[in-house]
Design a protein around this ligand. Structure first.
Ligand code: DX5
Ligand code: ZN
Length: 217
């Protein structure tokens, strides 16, 4: 299966965001991945609601919004209004994940759950049927350009088993350190969506890089 590609604008040139989004529009990317960081859940601050709105004004692809924030419930509605199509919250940041996912779906967004590298996929056993997308972090969240964690392959395989066993329709997204050197192995292991930031935006021809990731055998 060909993967869905979600370029992460965290690695884009923020001073030329419109141009960067137009580049994504012209590519075979399926989504625009937008990383929101609060400086509390992760040791970095990235962008917030006004920037999501600005991206949405130019994007022709749905926005895949990854919230690396504590207390995401407070802001779900506002991210929806800003243009999010997918809202992904962190398992580690939600005391009442079932309620949070319900609210995301009530807003007519796809409901995603992200797991940090140390969080076992088995913890999703009693919620997987309510999840549209599981984002497996293949780096520690907070920064782009980090090294891919190899244990992710085992997590993909275990998550795939859980999804098949429970009849869940959840898609598997991989976020962090994705490049041409691991993309086909990730797809083979069961990944549906590949997020890539630095690999795309530091390449000479980002459109070609996106299309190559998409068409990887
Ligand atoms: C990390 C972010 C990722 C990041 C990926 O906290 O969630 O989406 O932008 O960047 P690369 O592909 O450069 O590892
Ligand atoms: Zn992300």
């Amino acid at each position: 299966m060909r993967p869905f590609i979600a370029p992460s604008v965290l690695a884009a040139d923020f001073a030329n965001l419109q141009q960067e989004i137009e580049m994504i529009n012209q590519s075979d990317a399926s989504y625009v991945h937008v990383d929101v960081m609060d400086g509390i859940f992760v040791p970095n601050i990235s962008l917030g609601i006004p920037v999501v709105e600005a991206i949405h004004r130019h994007a022709e692809k749905p926005l895949d919004v990854h919230l690396m924030i504590i207390d995401p419930d407070k802001y779900l509605q506002r991210f929806k209004e800003a243009g999010a199509a997918h809202i992904t919250v962190h398992y580690e940041a939600c005391n009442h994940l079932h309620r949070t996912l319900d609210e995301i779906r009530r807003l007519n967004c796809k409901a995603g759950v992200a797991l940090n590298p140390h969080t076992p996929v088995e913890l999703l056993k009693d919620i997987i049927h309510e999840v549209d997308l599981v984002c497996l972090m293949s780096v520690n969240p907070g920064f782009g350009g980090q090294k891919f964690i190899e244990h992710t392959y085992t997590k993909i395989e275990n998550l795939k088993k859980l999804i098949v066993q429970t009849g869940s329709k959840a898609q598997i997204e991989i976020d962090g350190g994705v490049s041409m050197s691991n993309a086909s192995a990730l797809i083979e292991a069961g990944a549906d969506i590949l997020v890539a930031g630095n690999f795309i935006f530091t390449s000479k021809n980002p459109i070609e890089t996106i299309n190559n990731l998409k068409n990887i055998a």
